[in-house]
Design a protein around this ligand. Sequence first.
Ligand code: NAD
Length: 475
Amino acid sequence: MREYLKFYLDGRWVDPVEPKTSEVINPATEAVSGRISMGSAADVDKAVRAARKAFASWSKTSRKQRLEVMQAIKAEYEKRQADIGAAITEEMGAPAALGNGFHVFLGAGHLDTAIEVLKEFKFEEQRGATLIVKEPIGVCALITPWNWPLNQIAVKVFPALATGCTMILKPPQLAPYSAQIFTEVLHAAGVPAGVFNLIQGSGSVVGTALSGHPDVDLVSFTGSELAGVEIAKNAATTVKRVCQELGGKSAFIVLDDADLAKSVAGATSSLMMNSGQTCSAGSRLLVPKSRMKEAIEAARKASSEVTVGDPKGSFAMGPVVSKSQYNEIQRYIQSGVDEGATLVAGGPGRPEGLTKGYYVKPTVFANVSNTMTVAREEIFGPVLCIIGYDDVDHAIEIANDSPFGLAGYVNGTDLEQCRAVARRLRTGWISMNGGFDFNAPFGGYKKSGNGREWGEFGFDEYVEVKAMLGYAPQT
Ligand code: NAD
């Protein structure tokens, strides 16, 4: 049993103002795995005061001083990788190989990237007689989701630290453990008191107190559209910056000249990774209509190879995060059946042999119409929808016919054609033939939000831009 009952405020582990706890459920066993304290508005006030006090000195530190702190974090992070991986497996059910692998790797990747960006980032630039200065925005509230818990923390905390901001992190109630260990890493690395603060608790209490707080300058939020809208409304009266990283329903376009079997297999296994709980997942797989049969066979084969079971074992897929998430996914699977999609693999209920835990069958629907519920709404589970298209224009039309605009995938042999398709997609992040880059900006169009994280673009979220006209003598 884990017990994380203290918050991290002003460089120390302290008791909450009012004692209140909540149990954390292990999604693989449905048993209680630990307890956390639930914060209040009074805890938020204390944290904001600490962050504001620390901002006076941290915002004045040099690039070199901040680089030293970040290098120290890197050294401590490396020591705690196994602990972080185990925490992720326990809190949200990622298989051990994924928790210790990609989840931990992403955190390290963002840290390395932030260090490299910080070495070169242009905090000052003279244009003509004007000096343009990028200054830390101030006290930041960082509100994160449970699905890639460490990644979401890393993409916010590292650029905020690097630019000279101070912050309060509110991790998700469903997956709070990795954030605790992350905080221990920062403490061991000697991050100065008040620069980073941690409060656990609910979105409705801690999140609301943060987003409406008059002394918070920025809220960086990753999560659902519903919460994103509530945060933006609540933040509006204090005119703070709100960065929203929201959901998606991204298209994976397999062009006619692609190796169809390989592309479909790749799309299927990446969708199933993390039990389909990835905001940028290519959950709508677009294939030429004339090759639907081939695609069905490839997807059937690939999904049958996705083993499901105890995340501490060597299965490819663990459970989904919670009972309510499980129920929601079951409703979506049933709607796919009811609305007439062809069930190729999986379907309602738990995988055979699993009677406990929030396990979902790797599910594939084919002959899906883009108007069906399963094609329009973010399911956030291991459910792939295969949609047929007539020609490239039709594929692009389907891909863009979505309220979301987070990611896109294009597979094809002719790179020129892939590029042309990618240019026409109304989304913020597009991977051609598996391209991946920690320095590329990540964020969405439309209902997928307004922020851009990762690399140098992530730094820009945390700075104010000051123009000093007449800085140089006018000529
Ligand atoms: P969620 O919106 O329920 O919760 C996210 C965080 O916001 C949690 O910490 C929660 O406690 C807090 N919160 C909830 N309501 C709040 C409120 N009214 N005020 C302040 N804080 C509040 O989302 P979730 O279920 O944890 O995460 C899944 C969602 O996140 C999916 O929609 C997914 O697509 C999205 N997501 C987006 C990205 C991205 O980068 N675009 C990345 C990962 C996840």
